[in-house]
Each structure stands twice: as structure tokens, then as C-alpha cells.
Design a protein around this ligand. Structure first.
Ligand code: COA
Length: 159
């Protein structure tokens, strides 16, 4: 039998589950580790996003350790990816892909037909990730992030 590629084997060990309030501190720490100071969410910001109308958050855990999450919200038929975070040591093992597929499927079940997001124009790994998953740039938000960094606005139809 041919061995499965390493990334596929790692992804198979990942368990996905919905967020519950006891996950909050892990999510905060992961977000702090994933983004530069000023861009990472403060606790009040993260709490506020988790309380958005129709907010949904999926957690990825490996052997009981939370290693990533994806937070979305939606209004009517438009979904918004608020953030996706995978701890650095666990990247390129399809954990982000598993999270994204899970949230897109949950959004679709809620009637969402298109998903939007913003990503920093210098975040080349994230741009490659989004493009790999069918997201396309639809414009630039100048000075979108603290410190004046620009963002691409990206969109994907999931209809
Ligand atoms: C973006 C992020 C969530 C991707 O998570 P991940 O688990 O590493 O992604 P995957 O392993 O599922 O990658 C799937 C594909 O995306 C692309 N990709 C992901 N990371 C990439 C990188 N660093 N460079 C180039 N392509 C990349 C590749 O096509 C990859 O497939 P491959 O590994 O077979 O080549 C992760 O890098 C991360 O948490 N970054 C920090 C936070 C962030 O920037 N979030 C997005 C902001 S909007």
C-alpha cells in the first residue's frame, strides 16, 4: 500500500469541533501568536467578534491541543471570514484547509452564497492559501489595518 502524503496523515489526526466558551483563552493566545502586535485581536475585540450576530467558530485540535480556529459571521446570503489562525508549527498540514472547508459548509447550510474576507496585501502565504481555495481579489482597502497596512478584499461564490 502506498503511504499517504505526510500532510494528509497529519490532517487525519485533526479533530474539528465547534467553539465553546472555555476555548476563549486558547483562541486569544493563538491569535496573538499568529498576527503582529496591533493586528492581533485584544481580548475585548475577540470577545466582540465571537458575539457577532450569526458568529460561528470551528476549532482544530490535535491530541487535545488546540492548534487553530476559524471564525465567521454571516448576514443573509453573505458570509464573512473574520479570521483563520493555525499555529506556526502546525502549518502546511492542511489544517487551515480542513477548517475552511468546515466553515464554508456550515455557512452554505445557513443559506450563504458568497463569502468575503480581507487579508493584508503583504501576507503572501495567506493570499496563496485563499487563491488555492478559489478566492479572488475584488479590490484593495487602503490603510485597512492598524499602522496603515493595506488589505485585499477577496470573495468566493459558494452557491
Ligand atoms: C493562512 C493559514 C491559515 C494557512 O493554514 P495551513 O494549515 O498552513 O494551510 P494548508 O496546509 O491547508 O495550505 C493549503 C494550501 O494553501 C497554500 N499555502 C498555505 N500556506 C502557504 C505558504 N506559506 N506559502 C505558499 N502557499 C501556501 C498552498 O497551496 C497549500 O497547499 P500545499 O501545502 O499542498 O502547497 C496559516 O498560514 C496561518 O494561520 N497564517 C497566520 C494567520 C493568517 O495570516 N491568517 C489569514 C489571514 S486573513
Amino acid at each position: 500500500m502506498v503511504a499517504a502524503p505526510k500532510a494528509a496523515r497529519q490532517a487525519a489526526k485533526i479533530a474539528l469541533r465547534p467553539y465553546s466558551p472555555e476555548d476563549f483563552e486558547s483562541l486569544y493566545e493563538i491569535d496573538q501568536a499568529c498576527y503582529a502586535p496591533g493586528i492581533a485581536y485584544s481580548r475585548p475585540e475577540l470577545r466582540a467578534y465571537l458575539r457577532f450576530p450569526n458568529a460561528d467558530c470551528v476549532i482544530a485540535a490535535m491530541r487535545g491541543k488546540t492548534v487553530g480556529f476559524c471564525l465567521t459571521a454571516h448576514r443573509e446570503n453573505r458570509g464573512h471570514i473574520i479570521t483563520i489562525d493555525v499555529l506556526e508549527g502546525y502549518r502546511r498540514h492542511k489544517i487551515g484547509s480542513r477548517l475552511l472547508e468546515a466553515v464554508e459548509s456550515r455557512l452554505a447550510e445557513s443559506g450563504v452564497r458568497e463569502v468575503i474576507l480581507e487579508t493584508a496585501t503583504e501576507n503572501h502565504s495567506a493570499i496563496a492559501f485563499w487563491e488555492k481555495h478559489g478566492y479572488r481579489t475584488r479590490g484593495i482597502w487602503k490603510g485597512y489595518y492598524p499602522g496603515g497596512r493595506d488589505a485585499y478584499a477577496m470573495i468566493k461564490s459558494i452557491a
